[in-house]
Design a protein around this ligand. Sequence first.
Ligand code: BG6
Length: 299
Amino acid sequence: MTDLPALNQQFAVPNAIVIESGINGLPRITIANTLGAAHVYLHGAHVTHFQPAGEQPVLWVSKESNFAEGKPIRGGIPLCWPWFGPHRTDTAKPLHGFARIRSWTIISTAQLSDGRSRVELGLDHDAATLALWPYEFSLRLTVTVGRELEVALTTTNTGRNPFTYDDALHTYFAVADVRQATVEGLDGVAYFDKVAPGGNKVQAGPVTISAETDRVYFAGGPHALVDAVGKRRIAIATSGARASVVWNPWIAKAKAMADFGDEEWPGMLCVETANCLDVATTLLPGTSHTTAASYRVVR
Ligand code: BG6
């Protein structure tokens, strides 16, 4: 059991940060300052909510999502790590790795002088992670909440051997109607099409969604998610990322997923900041890499 009073004594910041019992009793950091608000679950270091002051929520979470130990949350910002999608050789291992289904610890909290709030969470290797992936590591996620949301995932190789890993900030954005939403910034970029593999595909113009879409583009940001019906634009800046994934399950796949409402697919679009497939990251012992993204509503 998480000792919420002890966590609050150590990490709460008056008028900004409190640790409370979230959905199904899972511990969550609730951040609310004059610039914006956010929720971060210790389960998966999972950001499930971000809302700049005066704006609608930026992130989407399924009404059917699990909020349970051992299961990923459907929506918000899952962290895919240390592999993306199915494990390359053992499909019995958890999809998208184990970082999103482990409980992280709070490392620090801070209120910044410009009004933003910052939390840092950590996950280090242990016997259970070594059984799934035989490397020693330290992961740190910083989440900074202001007018924009900034998320930075740092991987450090704390062992004696090099390792290669994938990562993704698998962000689910709320949109009014995905059929009229576009992603700008990927024009001319090569991509791997997971729905219809084969051939060398190159994006022409903005990305539009008119069927199941599951693509790994081989470039990072900046991007913009243009929500025409919702009349807003989300500017996405990235660093340390060589891939971007665009995903919407459309009708049949949404129906097939137990933790995704059958009718919910028009209301979301994933635009993910990643290093995966051909652009995974290799770290020598003692070295680190940070993959980061920031999200801002632009009017
Ligand atoms: C996307 C993948 O990033 O995540 C898709 O490219 C996958 O192939 C989707 O279906 C959701 O994955 P999961 O494991 O959360 O259902």
